[in-house]
Design a binder for this molecule. Structure first.
Ligand code: BGP
Length: 491
């Protein structure tokens, strides 16, 4: 038994994203969404995006995904059996407004989510809803270019407003943009984060790429900040019970060595990757060093200052109620070092850390980094925090008895939960923990099914074969105990 206590009402649960698990990509009037034109890949073969639309004969993992669209009752029942208090999922805007700017919404889309949320409530599960999880109606990308076009702000706010009204009383925890800080990064951030597409078919790059335009990216991010701030105000006006959070890809970054230059480089990376977005969301204004970020990225500083000035009041009035983030790994940063290998990882890699081991997909494993990140962020903002993604992507294989014994996943999570407990003891206000990919789903970075995170196995492979049946892994019963004992029993 642990020597720390999780607060009463702690939100234990799991997390998913519509484009990675829902399927039904064109069902009942849904429009195409950007992920619907991103093909499958592997850890060595990047995913390919086909900006003009769906290419005949190509395999797109989002189209069926794990077909939650037709399995939602069964899946929620399994989550309830595990004792989830909270279930994170996202709404696809293209299910509600198929083209993003339609005069009227699609009733079938509204009803689908309503039924899902009702069932969650009946089972005692609070939905935590992401309004935009790497999803953007493709028609909006084609017509408006993406989030750098300010015309998109009002269209998205109209969608958010509709969700708050339609789901009032069923949903009270909301997130605006998933991993909004991914747009700090070139290729992937443009496509997944901002709906900005490359000029022609090609791999989804991580980081720099030829067609990347930092001006568009930083303006696109600014427009998302404004949209988020407007949504927060509307959510509160519609229902004062609503709690709206931001969602940041947590990038815990240590100095590579104690050399002062390395410390400064790591501090800069922490600022850029976490607090550039965090500050606007939580404090309602850009950090003092934001203009230096724009200048270094070749972005027009005067123009950005004008935008910040013009929207200052909106940003200040729409600060979030809590800070949520994903945490998978830590990285190191410092002066170039030929002896340091680049580390893999979620969104932002970095330099390696010789003290850590890594997952099958090369993501460093660092539970203590989670505590460090929690305490660092809480010191800065002093608002409730929530971990809305954390987990282990692994190549699960059946044991001799035909079952999935994922003890490595149990170890990974239990080690992270211990550090959460310690952070709480240190005074961090932590609201909840939704483990990523509670049911196997499509990997965002590689498009694989083989990279599995779930407590629940789904019978489907990288090429789309399988009967989609669900099966409990060993971690299922373990997490049930964690939920039941409010994090006290991790054995
Ligand atoms: C985060 C995303 C999720 C999820 C997760 C795991 O960046 O918010 O959508 O996919 O990472 O990453 P992956 O699927 O690449 O293993």
């Amino acid at each position: 038994m642990a020597d720390y206590t999780f607060p009463e009402g702690f939100l234990w649960g799991g997390a998913t994203a519509a484009n990675q698990f829902e399927g039904g990509y064109d069902a009942d009037g849904k429009g195409l969404s950007v992920p619907d034109i991103i093909m499958g890949g592997t850890v060595d073969t990047p995913r390919v995006v086909t900006p003009a639309g769906v290419r005949e004969g190509a395999y797109y993992p989002s189209h069926e995904a794990i077909d939650f669209y037709h399995h939602w009752k069964e899946d929620i029942d399994l989550f309830a059996e595990m004792g989830f208090k909270c279930f994170r999922l996202s709404i696809q805007m293209s299910r509600i407004f198929p083209n993003g700017d339609d005069a009227t919404p699609c009733q079938a889309g509204i009803d689908f989510y309503k039924n899902v949320f009702k069932h969650c409530q009946e089972k005692g599960i609070e939905p935590l809803v992401t309004l935009s999880h790497y999803e953007f109606p493709l028609a909006l990308s084609h017509k408006y270019g993406g989030w750098d076009n300010p015309a998109v702000i009002d269209l998205w706010v109209r969608y958010a407003d509709l969700c708050f009204r339609e789901y009032k009383g069923l949903v009270k925890y909301w997130l605006t943009f998933n991993e909004i800080n991914c747009a700090i990064m070139g290729g992937f951030g443009n496509i997944y984060g901002l709906g900005i597409l490359p000029p022609e078919d090609g791999p989804v790059p991580f980081g720099e790429c030829e067609w990347d335009d930092p001006q568009r990216r930083f303006e696109g991010l600014h427009n998302q900040f404004v949209a988020s701030a407007k949504a927060v105000q509307i959510a509160h006006a519609i229902d004062p019970e609503n709690m709206v959070g931001c969602m940041i890809a947590g990038n815990a970054c240590y100095p590579r060595t104690c050399r002062p230059a390395d410390v400064l480089i790591a501090q800069k990376q922490m600022n850029l990757n976490n607090f550039y977005c965090g500050d606007v969301h939580v404090r309602g204004e850009y950090a003092a060093w934001a203009p230096s970020v724009w200048a270094e990225n070749g972005v027009d500083v005067e123009r950005m200052l004008d935008l910040a000035d013009r929207d200052a009041e909106t940003l200040l009035m729409g600060t979030v109620d809590f800070y949520s983030f994903s945490y998978y790994m830590s990285a190191t940063a410092g002066l170039p070092d030929p002896d340091s290998e680049a580390s893999g990882g979620n969104i932002f890699g970095g330099m390696g850390n010789p003290y850590l081991t890594a997952s099958d997909w090369g993501w460093p494993i660092d539970p203590e980094g989670l505590r460090w990140y929690l305490e660092t962020v809480y010191d800065r903002y002093q608002i409730p925090l929530m971990i809305v993604e954390n987990g282990l992507g692994a190549n699960d294989e059946r044991g001799e008895d035909g079952k999935f014994h994922d003890g490595y996943r149990i170890d990974y999570m239990s080690d992270h939960i211990v550090e959460m407990g310690k952070a709480i003891e240190e005074g961090v206000d932590l609201m909840g923990y939704t483990m990523w990919g509670c049911i196997d789903l499509v990997s965002a970075s590689t498009g694989e099914m083989k990279k599995r995170y779930g407590f629940i196995y789904v019978d489907k492979d990288n090429d789309g074969n399988g009967d989609l049946h669900r099966e409990k892994k060993e971690s299922f019963d373990w997490y049930k105990k964690v939920c039941e004992t409010n994090g006290a029993d991790l054995d």
